[in-house]
Design a protein around this ligand. Sequence first.
Ligand SMILES: Cc1cc2nc3c(=O)[nH]c(=O)nc-3n(C[C@H](O)[C@H](O)[C@H](O)COP(=O)(O)OP(=O)(O)OC[C@H]3O[C@@H](n4cnc5c(N)ncnc54)[C@H](O)[C@@H]3O)c2cc1C
Ligand SMILES: NC(=O)c1ccc[n+]([C@@H]2O[C@H](COP(=O)([O-])OP(=O)(O)OC[C@H]3O[C@@H](n4cnc5c(N)ncnc54)[C@H](O)[C@@H]3O)[C@@H](O)[C@H]2O)c1
Length: 469
Amino acid sequence: MTVLRIVILGGGPAGYESALVAAQLGARVTVVDRDGIGGSAVLTDCVPSKTLISTSDRVTAMRDASRVGVGTGGGEVVVDFAAVNQRIKELAQQQSEDIAERLVREGVTVLTGSGRFSASQPGRTHRIEVVDAAGGVADTIEADVVLLATGGTPRVLSTAVPDGERILSWRDVYDLTEVPEHLIVVGSGVTGAEFASGYSEAGVPVTLVSSRDRVLPGEDPDAADVIEQVFTRRGGTLVKQARAAAVRRSGGGVEVELTDGRVVTGSHALMCVGSVPNVEGLGLEHAGVALDEHGYIAVDRVSRTSVPSIYAAGDCTGVLLLASVAGMQGRIAMWHALGEAVAPLRLKTVAANIFTNPEIASVGIPYSVVASGELPARIVKLPLATNARAKMQGHLDGFVKLYCRAATGHVIGAVIVAPNASELIFPVTLAVQRSLTVNHLAATIGVYPSLSGSVAEAARQLMLHDDLD
Ligand SMILES: Cc1cc2nc3c(=O)[nH]c(=O)nc-3n(C[C@H](O)[C@H](O)[C@H](O)COP(=O)(O)OP(=O)(O)OC[C@H]3O[C@@H](n4cnc5c(N)ncnc54)[C@H](O)[C@@H]3O)c2cc1C
Ligand SMILES: NC(=O)c1ccc[n+]([C@@H]2O[C@H](COP(=O)([O-])OP(=O)(O)OC[C@H]3O[C@@H](n4cnc5c(N)ncnc54)[C@H](O)[C@@H]3O)[C@@H](O)[C@H]2O)c1
C-alpha cells in the first residue's frame, strides 16, 4: 500500500497530537508551524497561565496558613514577579522543545513557517506552500491529506488596542517588568476570571470588569457565586453590568471607559474579551474549504471539513476551545483519514476546569438543563465544609454537585468547586463516559478521609431502592 502524505498546519495540541498518531500509523507526516511547536497552548496561553496560577496557589497557601495554626511571624509574603515570569517563559520554552524533539524522534518532519494552500491546486492531491518570515515561499509540499490546526488569536477591540506596556493581551503579561499597582481585567469569561483570581491571590489589587450581572456567565451560577465571594474577600473589586467602550492610557496608567459613561482607572488593563480563529491567509478559497457563520472552519464530528481529505481540529474550528478537545479532534481526524475505527466526538463527556481559587470543574449535561427540569434528574449538592478532609485542610469554600438520570441512576454530570476540582472531576468523567450509575460510584471504596469522599457520598445520597433492584 502507498504511504499517505499528511501535512498538518499548526503545531499546537491539535497539530502535534495528530502528528504523533499519524506517524504511529505509518503515514509520512510534515508539521508546518509558524510560532513554535506546542502552539499558543504551550507558549502563550494554557501552560504559562497555569504556571502563573501555580505560583499564586503557593501564595494563597502561605496567606491562609493561619487557618491551620501556622503564621509568617508578621512578615509579608513577597512575590518576585520578574523571577515568576522568567520561570514561566523558560518552562513554556522547555515544554515546546520537549514536544518538538518527540515529533522528530517519531519521524515527523517539522518545518518553520506559515502554511497556506497554493493558488494552483493539482486536483487529486493538495499543494501547500510554506512561507518564511520574510514573506517568500521557502517550500512547496504535496499532500494526500491536510489537517488545519492553526488555533486562534486574542480578539482586539479597535478602541482598546494592546500596546504591550499598559494595555495588555493575555500574551503580554509575562513580559511585564514591574508588578501592576492596580490591574483592571476586562472580560469575566474563563480567561478573565482565571487572571483576575490568579493575580489577586498573588497580592495584586485587581478590578474585574464584567459585562453581565455575574462573572463566568456561561458557568454554573452557584460556582460563580463562590468565585465572586472569594475574589472580593481577598480584596478584589467587581464592576458588573459593565461593557468596556474604550481603553486608553492616561497619565501613568490607564482608564477603561464603560458604555454607560462610568470610568475605571488603574495602572494596567488586561483585555480578556475572547479570541478569533486563525483562518486569514490560509488560502482556504483555493481549496474550497468552507467557514461556518462565525468564521470558524466548519467540521463534522470526525473533524472533516467541506472538502474530502482536508480535516480541521482545535480552536480554528470553534468546537470547544480546550487543549484536550483540540488533541482529540486531531487524533480522530487521523484515525479517520488512515482507515482506523473511530468514534465521533461526544462533547458532553468532556471535562473542563476553570483554574480560579477555588477551581471549578464540570462534566456532562449542563446543570442549567437539569435545574430547569428540561431533563428529569436527581440532584444533590454537598458543601465542601461537610467533608472531614476539607475541614482538616481548612478548605471550606466550594461544593460537590452531582446529578443522575431520574429513572435509571446513570450519572449525567457534576459541578465541583474545590481547590483541586480538576483532579476530583475524573471519577465522574469516567462515569459519564462509560455510562456508570450512582450505584457504581457509591459502591466504590475510596480513601478516608479524602475530598473525593464527597463524590461517593453524593452518589450514595442519590441512590434509590429502585437502583438496587
Ligand atoms: C489564557 C488561556 C488559558 C487556557 N487554559 C487552558 C487550560 O487550562 N486547559 C485547556 O484545555 N485549554 C486551555 N486554553 C485553551 C487552549 O489554549 C486552546 O484550546 C488550545 O491552544 C487549542 O489548540 P490548537 O492546537 O487548536 O491551537 P494553538 O495552541 O493556538 O496552536 C496553533 C498553532 O498554529 C500556528 N499557526 C497559525 N497559523 C499558521 C499557519 N498558517 N501555518 C503554520 N502554523 C500556523 C500558531 O502559531 C500556533 O503555533 C486556554 C486558553 C487561553 C487563552
Ligand atoms: N481553564 C481552561 O480550560 C481555559 C482557560 C481560558 C480559556 N479557555 C477556553 O477559551 C474559551 C474562551 O474563553 P475567554 O474567556 O477567552 O473568552 P469568552 O468569549 O468566553 O469570554 C469573553 C468575555 O468577555 C466579555 N466581553 C466582550 N467584550 C467586552 C467588553 N467590551 N467589555 C467587557 N466585557 C466584554 C464577554 O461578554 C465574555 O464574557 C473558553 O470557553 C475556554 O473554552 C479555557
